[in-house]
Write a protein that binds this ligand. Structure first.
Ligand SMILES: *Cc1c(COP(=O)(O)O)cnc(C)c1O
Length: 224
């Protein structure tokens, strides 16, 4: 099936490509993660029909409802890949095997719960550690100084893999103010030898791409 045009998606892709070109980066190194939280199934379907294949939800319950509403009616040959980007409660880990990536690992307790669940099903969860770089953006996330210790603990858990870091920058009208936060996440990932950097949302993704994001999580810019 031929992709149906989607103006907002094309616009976001072009802005990512322009940011890559300013930073001398390959656009193929940046994955656009479309955040569907709170969106109508028809609007999500339009994105799928336009060829968008990486989607994310904040909450496990919302994701389950959305997937049910979408049914098998997902256009294209490749099934969409789902990520989880919101805070995960330990009692929800049993629903999480379908997620290709969990962006919000933020405690050893959660890592242990995932490890136990993975062990039951011979499954390895791919995760990012959510880092509270600024110390103010969110009540979730691990303080920068505690990330390395958490990684060492998770390394002992065979059913949890950490492939990178995620952060949410504090909200400002001026996206430039997020730049130091993104730069710090990039440096931390480099120091820890982690490949993926999930940073940048609708208000600040161009700055995040310039600072080395490999995953940008974009909701409103795609839907409004
Ligand atoms: C909602 C959300 C996004 C997307 O935010 P927009 O500003 O709508 O692009 C990205 N990351 C997380 C963790 C979110 O909760």
């Amino acid at each position: 099936m031929r992709p149906a045009p989607h103006t907002a998606l094309v616009d976001v892709e072009e802005r990512i490509a322009a940011a890559c070109s300013r930073a001398g980066r390959d656009p193929a190194a940046v994955t656009l993660v479309a955040v569907t939280k709170g969106r109508a199934p028809d609007d999500v379907r339009a994105l799928l029909q336009a060829g968008q294949r990486v989607l994310a939800e904040n909450r496990v319950q919302d994701w389950r409802a959305l997937v049910e509403a979408l049914g098998d009616d997902v256009a294209g040959d490749t099934p969409p890949q789902w990520h989880l980007i919101g805070h995960l409660q330990r009692n929800k880990v049993r629903f999480c095997r379908p997620f290709a990536l969990i962006h919000s690992l933020d405690s050893e307790r959660l890592a242990r719960a995932l490890d136990e669940e993975g062990a039951k099903h011979d499954h390895v969860f791919r995760t990012l550690i959510q880092v509270n770089v600024s110390g103010e953006a969110s009540k979730f996330g691990v303080a920068t100084v505690d990330v390395e210790a958490l990684i060492e603990r998770v390394a002992a858990l065979p059913h949890v893999e950490v492939v990178g870091l995620m952060t949410i920058a504090p909200y400002h009208d001026d996206p430039e103010r997020a730049r130091p936060v993104f730069a710090e996440l990039r440096e931390l990932a480099h120091h820890l030898d982690l490949r993926e950097r999930s940073m940048g949302m609708s208000g600040d993704f161009e700055v995040a791409v310039e600072e080395g994001a490999t995953l940008v999580r974009i909701g409103s810019a795609l839907f409004e």
